[in-house]
Design a protein around this ligand. Structure first.
Ligand code: HAS
Length: 561
């Protein structure tokens, strides 16, 4: 499909700005493993402090890259399937808000004025620009939903009995989840944190802020995941040489995400004393509910891949696994997506461990957690994002891939790195190794009285994995920008791989409309969150003054000395 120059330019910018920033994000990922393994036994390196680096790592990789990509990918899928471009003025306003927000927040982080990590929990306090930047990034990413909703309504009017394409359904569901969950974090930022950071209020309600953050925070992980799921359902079967086993299974999975992605945030607060056990139990149950669409996906995609393998002549129960196009340089998206799926098997299973109340008390706030989430967000999410960014850039610009052989092995290299890295972290976590801690300053410094020799092998393993991941990440950046600087040699068009369905079930109206699902979503949300907020309101405790990570004394007391 041919698209306008302005639309192409928009997508190019939305892909390349975060990839450029990723250099910084990946560098700080490597530095984390170096600090934590005790190779560095100091608070800062190259004038960048540990928590400043961790904030840059989390914010750039998990918030900026993912949000820009979701918007760019959403524009591409909507335009491709609806055969119409979104309103360009609105799309450019959205891009400008997100970019200004990113610049403001990046300045605050680089200046060392916002070392509050990607969760920006109070009482850690950041510069107002950090909060303002986050708010602009979020508001900018809301606008495409209004753009696409209008396109969809028009399309539906013209095609009332045609099934909504799965990718369109997925994009709309993802941004509805995003819009609803970000309402809470927008309130947290604009009403609680920004006035506090500006000095208009002196203390902050920590329990309320945390609860509002996690109303957003777990749905955020599905906002990261759903673009990858869209690729698994609508592209991977085709890339494997087969068909999607069931179109309806994809629809059911997507609608279940709409119901269960948000009302589960309290599973991040199992250890928070302000919330009662009943609320934790209920949201814990819903957390098992949100795993169901992923189990459906595991079955459907495995069946689709098996079909592809059999079409390629495989025999026996598992022979299909050996027949898939793992190293086809022209079909490199297959490699990115299959590696993401393999990592997600382990990312998903460790998620179930986290969700289990008693097991959670063993792993909460230990290194186990980053072990879990690097096999999810740095698994299917990151691999889907980087593979698809290269793919979209190359096809939309008509430029051949730079270093195609390297490009196809990047995901395998990355996967080996993540598996080693996460094993080190999870092993360490089970031995009590804390997350978000500069271990080199204490526990991994043999001269310290706190030295823990049993954490040497775990952090060394994580360091080894981190180095491999760093090399793979930098190779991706070389391939992406190398492709960008090549001469145009192919026809430049918006083209996405499209999987046919093996079971293309007839249209069931319930799975082709939003209203009943939206009503159910709101009902579950109210049932899950009214008691949680009542708990928080009742058990608020004293409000907190501001702190910075480097000092256990409130900022106000330091300044008054
Ligand atoms: Fe999680 C904490 C529970 C999924 C990300 N999670 C986090 C944090 C992050 C994160 C970033 O209940 C840390 C937040 C922080 O900073 O504090 N998580 C879950 C559960 C799931 C889950 C139940 N998480 C994700 C995804 C993420 C993500 C997805 C990012 C994208 N998580 C938790 C809990 C905590 C938590 C607690 C808080 C813990 C605490 O104490 O703080 C589920 O959605 C997982 C379901 C997934 C599956 C896997 C299905 C497998 C598939 C692959 C099939 C493979 C095939 C290939 C077909 C059941 C689909 C076969 C072919 C071959 C050739 C082999």
């Amino acid at each position: 499909m041919q698209v306008s120059k302005s639309f192409k330019r928009l997508i190019f910018l939305e892909l390349s700005i975060p990839v450029a920033l990723l250099t910084l994000g990946i560098y700080h990922g490597l530095m984390q493993t170096i600090f934590r393994a005790g190779v560095l036994q100091q608070a800062a390196f190259a004038k960048l402090e540990y928590y400043q680096g961790l904030t840059l790592h989390g914010v750039i990789n998990a918030l900026v890259l993912t949000t820009f990509f979701a918007v760019a990918f959403g524009h591409a899928t909507m335009a491709f399937y609806i055969k119409r471009e979104p309103n360009k003025k609105l799309a450019w306003i959205s891009f400008s808000c997100m970019t200004i927000g990113t610049v403001l927040a990046s300045w605050a982080m680089l200046a060392g004025k916002a070392s509050v990590l990607y969760t920006f929990y109070p009482p850690l306090k950041a510069h107002p620009f950090f909060y303002l930047g986050a708010a602009l990034l979020i508001v900018g990413s809301w606008l495409p939903l209004f753009n696409w909703a209008k396109m969809y309504v028009q399309w539906k009017r013209e095609n009332p009995t045609t099934k909504t394409p799965l990718a369109v359904l997925g994009t709309l569901i993802n941004f509805i989840i995003w819009f609803v969950c970000t309402l809470a974090v927008a309130y947290e930022v604009l009403v609680l944190l920004l006035p506090w950071s500006l000095g208009w209020t002196t203390t902050v309600n920590v329990t309320l802020a945390r609860t509002l953050f996690w109303f957003f925070g777990h749905a955020l992980v599905y906002f990261w995941l759903l673009p990858a799921y869209i690729m698994f359902y609508t592209m991977l079967p085709k890339l494997a040489g087969g068909k999607l086993y069931s179109d309806l299974a994809g629809r059911i999975a997507l609608f279940l995400f709409l119901l269960f992605s948000i009302p589960v945030g309290v599973h991040h607060q199992y250890s928070d004393p302000s919330i009662t056990q009943g609320v934790k139990f209920f949201q814990g149950m819903l957390t098992f509910g949100v795993a169901i669409p992923s189990f459906i996906t595991a079955f459907t995609i495995a069946a689709s891949l098996e079909y592809a393998g059999r079409k390629r002549g495989s025999k026996g129960w598992f022979g299909w696994m050996a027949r898939l196009p793992y190293l086809d340089t022209k079909n490199y998206m297959f490699a990115y997506l299959i590696c993401g799926l393999i990592l997600f098997v382990f990312g998903g299973l460790t998620g179930i461990v986290n969700a289990s109340y008693q097991l959670n008390s063993v792993v909460h706030n230990t290194a186990w957690l980053p072990g879990h989430f690097h096999m999810t967000v740095a698994g299917p999410v990151f691999l889907g994002i980087i593979g698809m960014s290269t793919y979209m850039y190359s096809t939309l610009s008509g430029r051949k891939i730079f270093m195609p052989k390297i490009n196809v092995i990047i995901p395998y290299f990355w996967t080996i790195g993540v598996l080693i890295f996460s094993t080190g972290l999870m092993w360490g976590g089970l031995l009590g190794e804390p997350r978000r801690t500069n271990l080199g300053m204490t526990y991994l410094n043999p001269k310290s009285e706190f030295f823990r020799p049993d954490w040497v092998p775990t952090t060394t393993l994580a360091l080894l994995g981190g180095i491999i991941m760093f090399i793979a990440g930098m190779l991706f950046i070389v391939v992406f920008f190398g492709t960008m600087f090549r001469k145009r040699s192919l026809s430049a068009e918006l083209d996405l791989p499209v999987s046919e369905a093996y079971h293309d079930e007839k249209r069931i109206p319930l799975f082709d409309q939003f209203k009943p699902w939206l009503i159910t979503m709101v009902l579950i949300l109210l049932i899950a969150y009214i008691p949680a907020l009542m708990n928080v309101n009742k058990n608020t405790g004293p409000k907190a003054p501001a702190f910075t990570p480097e000092n256990p004394v409130p900022v106000q007391m330091i300044n008054s000395k």
